[in-house]
Design a protein around this ligand. Sequence first.
Ligand SMILES: Cc1ncc(COP(=O)(O)O)c(C=O)c1O
Length: 317
Amino acid sequence: MLPRIPLCILPTPCHILPNLTQKLGSEIWIKRDDLTGFAGGGNKGRKLEFLLAEAVNIRATAIVSCGATQSNFIRQLGAAAITQGIKTHVASMHAPFEIPDRKPNGTLSHGGNPQLDSLFQIQRHHFADGTWDELESHADQIQRDLESQGETVFRIPIGGSSPTSVHAFVLAAQELTQSFDLIITASSSGSTHMGLAHAFAGSNTKILGISADPDPELLDDLVSLSESYAQDFASTPIPKTKINFSLDFVGPGYGVPSPDGIQAQMTLAQTEGILLDPIYSAKAFAALLDLAHRKQLPPKTLFWHTGGLPTLFAHRA
Ligand SMILES: Cc1ncc(COP(=O)(O)O)c(C=O)c1O
């Protein structure tokens, strides 16, 4: 058993959405990882139970990672680290991008997550917008600086996606007590999506990841993540052709709400009283509604709600 530090309230609820089921004519269920509880909830708490244990194991005095200003991962990371007396340093950009002509405008830079980050004493090192690779290099430099000052640094990649985080979602899938034809989840750094994909590989359940970022190379990143998980956890990698991943619902860019996502947010709020975040879960839910409108929903679908609610309270820049 891998070392794990409990943070979340698990298992999260899983329930049918009665009004939407009636409206759409096929069963729609929801897995409430927005209710993991820790530091405002969301999918990242599951990964952090394992990542934090790894940091404690090497006696880290500091954790270094990176993300967008509105990163949900950074918020939960800072909260997790502070429970163990570990400092969190992050390289951040308002709007990291991969494709220059899809450089987003109007990302949310105030309120929401950054406001909570200060409660957790996260040390933010802010940089002008650039690519994700540049953001990772800034984090590498912060790590080197801290190490030269005598700190023991535990380095976590963007979104906390590592083989251990994939494992966290393989375990999460075991919380389900019934089967589904289709599971839809938001996907970005990929470990939520790949964990579910590994958990259901070879079964009749299709896992569909809805990207929050327009980078077409993300599919290759999912393949690499699956390969490294398979290597570390004695599993079989999922071939590229078997990964169901859509870039169709990103809208204007990473970190920017999309018209379809806003519509999806209103639909779920006004039928079931459940909130979606505008950047990840609303775009994934828009994909579910799109399948419904095209009459392509199977009899039983599960929406894996990944949380992210603080961005609902962010102001437009
Ligand atoms: C609310 C929310 N949903 C989904 C995701 C995507 O999860 P992953 O990074 O595991 O792909 C994120 C990642 O930042 C998130 O914050």
